[in-house]
Design a protein around this ligand. Sequence first.
Ligand SMILES: CC(C)(COP(=O)(O)OP(=O)(O)OC[C@H]1O[C@@H](n2cnc3c(N)ncnc32)[C@H](O)[C@@H]1OP(=O)(O)O)[C@@H](O)C(=O)NCCC(=O)NCCS
Length: 174
Amino acid sequence: MMVPAGLELAPMRWWHLPEVAVLDGEAFGAERWAPEAFWSELAQRPLRHYVVVLDAGQVVGDAGASLPDTPGGEAFVQTVAVAASHRRRGVASVMVASLLAAAVGAGAGSVGLEVRADDPGAHLLYRRAGFRGVGRRRGYYQPSGADALVMVTDDPAGGLVLLGGPPVAAGVPS
Ligand SMILES: CC(C)(COP(=O)(O)OP(=O)(O)OC[C@H]1O[C@@H](n2cnc3c(N)ncnc32)[C@H](O)[C@@H]1OP(=O)(O)O)[C@@H](O)C(=O)NCCC(=O)NCCS
């Protein structure tokens, strides 16, 4: 699928982390990650795949997944966040396509995630990528006490097709 016009999809690097922390706070409020969590995630590459979307060099989206270390294992979407100013333009979708492409590349047999049960817009985002709801974790998010919907796809390659294939910017796969 095409990266939205004027935006850039790039691997997340340490120098993005101050802006990622601001975006994470905007998207998740009190349930944001501690900034060190992103450092820890990046330190676990290549068993992690983290990306940002940039607008004129500024971080407007971030997403990441853990990848299995053996073929057939499960990948897991750890986080997806888009700046309020840039929503409904396909930014999350292109990042999810990148996560699915990485999962397929790692030979993942399935991809899981947890999402707030009270966020139907996010559920739709993931359904459009082939995920289905498989369970609920009560009070998973703290301090809000919101439930999590557990979603999974057993066909990450099919989900990638649903999204229009791996991200493409100016004709170059990324
Ligand atoms: C959920 C979130 C990541 C979506 O980002 P986005 O870049 O706006 O998503 P996209 O533009 O790729 O949306 C793809 C599709 O998902 C659905 N969708 C996304 N947000 C939606 C919303 N608020 N209401 C209804 N449908 C929505 C739509 O079907 C949309 O397609 P459309 O715009 O053609 O109708 C963003 O709103 C966000 O960061 N929210 C706060 C953090 C969060 O909830 N993260 C997800 C859990 S980890």
